[in-house]
Write a protein that binds this ligand. Structure first.
Ligand code: FUB
Length: 322
């Protein structure tokens, strides 16, 4: 009896530590995942990240779903190179939209350096957010290098009038182009051009756009993703075409929490009117390039609609149903 009591007392601190370690917070799920695309489909939150590893190992995407922003369920390999014959390596940075009951999964593959290489931005389609996704057009949607932009880091934006745009670009250049109705091709603007450059000052990659109170918020990543200075800035305009004048940096490294914070997306809970930033960061004292983890913190605005600097946390956000 005495021995049992002693063992119990001895085990208590161990159990407490384990409970703490498994408490949901930041990072929101285990594993090295970057470039998180967050979405709301029905009553569920979704995150579609890049599997952060050597380019040769980036041959699939996992997805995660949650009904409260805290407890995430993993959906393994929702899209991979077996479904996309032209994709060989470096599958990066998903952007997912639902249209007329179908889910369209835009991604980049192969890290192309010139147009003669096969790769760039592709699109896959499925009947459910968790897939299985199949190639929608059997070839890249954007293989060209226009206005100096590497065809990666696409974000699909739906305007107030229902028009869908693709906003994308690495190498410090960002383009916007119009998508056709079934996402099989781009359609030219009224002036006959297909790609318009909207690059703001200090832009590097990872663009996203959303509308709040009638204004177009454009956000992007700055600095180098392999280093500590990776960060997020933003601009506000009256049109998705800009002009976008950089306002400020709102997410960056914090010596008490993490470094390399960037390539984010944004979720809005319409019931509570709360906004969240979903981003990746590198744990303190880690310099390994691919050690990037996905986190969520609250994003707030001042009374004029300016985005306030984000306070990164270990606790993450409170549970919140849709
Ligand atoms: O994860 C691969 C690349 O790293 C992304 O395309 C960039 O935005 C950077 O996050």
């Amino acid at each position: 009896m005495k021995k049992t009591l002693f063992s119990l007392l001895f085990l208590l601190p161990v159990c407490a530590t384990q409970a703490q370690a498994s408490k949901p917070g930041n990072p929101v799920f285990e594993g090295w995942y970057a470039d998180p695309e967050a979405a709301v489909f029905g009553k569920k939150y979704w995150i579609f990240p890049t599997f952060s590893a050597a380019y040769s190992k980036q041959v699939h995407f996992d997805a995660f779903s949650s009904s409260d922003l805290k407890r995430w369920k993993k959906h393994k390999s929702v899209l991979d190179t077996a479904a996309i014959k032209w994709a060989k390596i470096a599958m990066w940075a998903p952007s997912i939209v639902e249209k007329e009951g179908k889910y369209y999964f835009f991604f980049a593959a192969n890290d192309i350096q010139k147009e003669s290489e096969i790769g760039g931005i592709g699109v896959a389609v499925a009947d459910k957010p968790e897939g299985p996704y199949k190639d929608h057009i059997g070839k890249p949607l954007i293989n060209q290098i226009k206005n100096g932009a590497q065809p990666i880091d696409q974000y699909i934006f739906k305007d107030k009038d229902g028009q869908y745009y693709i906003i994308y670009g690495g190498w410090g250049h960002c383009n916007i182009a119009k998508l056709n109705n079934d996402f099989t091709a781009l359609v030219p603007f009224e002036d006959g051009s297909t790609f318009k450059e909207i690059t703001p000052e200090k832009y590097v990659e990872g663009p996203i756009m959303f509308i709040k109170d009638g204004k177009y918020y454009f956000m992007w990543s700055e600095g180098g993703w392999t280093g500590p200075n990776y960060s997020v800035s933003y601009a506000i305009a009256d049109s998705p075409m800009g002009p976008f004048k950089r306002i400020d940096k709102i997410l960056q490294q914090d010596p008490t929490i993490a470094t390399g914070a960037g390539h984010h997306s944004v979720i809005h809970n319409p019931r509570t009117d709360k906004w969240f930033i979903v981003y990746h960061r590198r744990p303190l004292n880690v310099t390994t390039r691919d050690h990037r983890v996905t986190c969520i913190d609250e994003m707030t605005f001042d009374k004029d609609g300016k985005i306030l600097p984000v306070k990164m946390t270990f606790e993450g956000v409170k549970p919140m149903k849709l």
